[in-house]
Design a protein around this ligand. Structure first.
Ligand SMILES: Cc1cc2nc3c(=O)[nH]c(=O)nc-3n(C[C@H](O)[C@H](O)[C@H](O)COP(=O)(O)O)c2cc1C
Length: 216
């Protein structure tokens, strides 16, 4: 019998790079290959600042990353986070982040990674990695990154029937209400999640459902 948390993970790699066939292309191919070997369904998409990102509704995990040029994360990925509907569709997603750059890791963590993370304050970050150009062909580095993503993904949900996943915090909040109300809240959340293509229920989803025109 297949348990819910054995279900095939669907991952999309959203990336950007100024070059074709450079380190980023090689890196995402290796990440994608490792995930696929481990049984995940994987797609990749190169970011455009003004693209429509509604397609990411279909995925459980969004792996995002890009190189750094002149101290700034590559512009189409940052542009997409600033200008497009990407941030809206990322709201309830599990996310993993990577950067490829030549700077020392400490600098990259403190100066470059926050350029992405500032847009993802409400997301669950499963893993984040700074990968130097000389590490791109290092199988151990890729393996560790993929393993952290998979482990974070498995931990991220508690199945309660169907495809829906519930965070511990969301369940605690719901279950603190009297049983009659908590059952009603759960049913309303299931309907809200289905309507909005949400598969992971967090306290933020509760807030959004309450604030939605139909309320809860
Ligand atoms: C024009 C240019 C500017 C760069 N600027 C930086 C930088 O400011 N900080 C840094 O850590 N790495 C910098 N790098 C290194 C790149 O981030 C790194 O080589 C990356 O792997 C390139 O990815 P790509 O091959 O997909 O283009 C720069 C590289 C280039 C070519």
């Amino acid at each position: 019998m297949t348990r819910d948390n054995d279900r095939q993970m669907k991952a999309i790699i959203l990336y950007d790079s100024r070059s074709s066939g450079g380190s980023t292309d090689r890196l995402i191919d290796s990440i994608g290959q490792q995930l696929a070997e481990n049984g995940a369904y994987v797609e990749k998409a190169r970011c455009k600042a003004n693209a429509d990102y509604s397609f990411i509704r279909e995925f459980d995990v969004v792996i995002m990353g890009a190189p750094v040029y002149y101290m700034v994360v590559s512009s189409q990925l940052l542009g997409a986070l600033l200008q497009s509907n990407l941030k809206r569709y990322l709201r309830h997603k599990n996310i993993a982040l990577f950067l490829t750059c030549g700077s020392p890791e400490a600098m990259a963590q403190s100066v470059y990674m926050p350029q992405l993370k500032i847009h993802l304050m409400r997301n669950r970050i499963l893993s984040e990695k700074i990968i130097a150009p000389h590490q791109i062909d290092d199988e151990d580095v890729i393996y560790d990154f993929v393993e952290e993503i998979e482990e974070g993904y498995r931990k991220s949900f508690k199945p309660r029937g169907g495809d829906l996943q519930w965070s511990d915090e969301a369940l605690e909040l719901i279950e603190s209400a009297p049983p009659f109300f908590s059952d009603k809240i759960k049913a309303a959340l299931v309907a809200y999640a289905e309507e909005n293509g949400i598969r992971y229920i967090t306290p933020e989803v509760l807030d959004d459902a309450r604030a939605s025109p139909r309320g809860m």
